[in-house]
Design a protein around this ligand. Sequence first.
Ligand SMILES: [Zn+2]
Length: 115
Amino acid sequence: MELNIYAYKCKRCGQLHYPYKTICKKCGDNDHNEFDIVALPKNGKLLTYTILYNPPSDFEVAALCLGIVELEGGMRITGQLDIKNPKTGMKVAGKVEVVRIDGYNKHLGMVFYQE
Ligand SMILES: [Zn+2]
C-alpha cells in the first residue's frame, strides 16, 4: 500500500495546511475547523537543499541530504533527497518512507527522487 502524509484543506478557500492549523492561514476565517483531509501532493520543484555529513545515528543514511520542495499546489515541505546531483529548480517526485528509527518508533517522512 502506498503511504501518504495528510494535509488539511480549508473548505472555504481551498488553502492546504501542513502541519495542522486551527485557523486557515489564508482566509483567516475558518473558525469552525472546516477542513478536508487530503493526501499531500508528492511531486514538485526543488527550491534549495543542504547536505549533513554527520546526521544523528538514528537516521539510516551516511550523509543526509535535506531539501525544501515546493509541491504542486504551492505548499512547501522539507524532505530527504535521494538524488546524486541535486540542482535547485529540478523536478522531483516524492515517496513517503520510514526515514528515522528511534527504539521501536518509526518516523515517516517524504523522500524525494529525481523525476
Ligand atoms: Zn481558508
